[in-house]
Ligand binder design. Structure first.
Ligand code: HEC
Length: 124
C-alpha cells in the first residue's frame, strides 16, 4: 500500500507543476499576436522582455491612457526611453488596430491572479 501513497504524492507534484506553468505564461491573445506580427512590432517588442524596444509590460507601467499609446505608436517620443534607439513612427497601423494593441498593453498592468505583495514604501 505504501507504493500507492508515493504514486499519489508524485501525481500531485506533477499536477502542481503544470498548473504553475500555465499561470506564468504571458502570451498575448491570438488576435493581438496577429496584429503585432502583421505590423512587425514583434521584431522589436516582447510582452515581458526587452528586445530592441522596451517590454510591453514596462510600457504598461507608465500608465498611459489607451489614446496616449495610440498617439505614441504614430509619433514615438524617444526621450521617454533613455538608452533605447528611437522607434520609427508606425503610421501604417489603422487606428482601430492601434487601439486594440493599446488596450491590450494596458491590460498587462492589472494585478495578477495572486496579488503581489505590497510593501509600503516611504519616500522622502
Ligand atoms: C524597429 C524596432 C521597433 C518596431 C518595429 C516597433 N517598435 Fe515600438 N519601440 C521601439 C523602441 C526602440 C522604443 C523606445 C524608444 C522610443 O519610444 O522611441 C519603442 C517604444 C514603444 C512604445 C512606448 C512609447 C513611449 O513613449 O512610452 C510603444 C507603446 C510601442 N513602442 C509600441 C509599438 C507597436 C504597437 C509597434 C508595432 C505597430 C512597435 N512599437 C514597433 C522599437 C520598435
Amino acid at each position: 500500500m505504501y507504493t500507492f501513497r508515493i504514486l499519489f504524492f508524485f501525481t500531485c507534484v506533477i499536477l502542481t507543476g503544470i498548473g504553475a506553468q500555465a499561470q506564468t505564461a504571458t502570451q498575448p491573445p491570438k488576435e493581438i499576436t496577429d496584429l503585432l506580427s502583421k505590423y512587425t512590432c514583434l521584431a522589436c517588442h516582447k510582452t515581458d522582455a526587452k528586445v530592441i524596444g522596451p517590454a510591453y509590460m514596462e510600457v504598461a507601467k507608465k500608465k498611459y491612457t489607451n489614446a496616449k499609446i495610440v498617439e505614441l505608436i504614430y509619433k514615438p517620443v524617444p526621450a521617454n526611453w533613455p538608452g533605447y534607439p528611437p522607434m520609427a513612427p508606425m503610421t501604417q497601423v489603422p487606428k482601430e488596430d492601434a487601439l486594440k494593441i493599446a488596450t491590450w498593453i494596458n491590460s498587462l498592468n492589472k494585478p495578477a491572479a495572486t496579488p503581489a505583495k505590497k510593501t509600503p514604501t516611504k519616500k522622502g
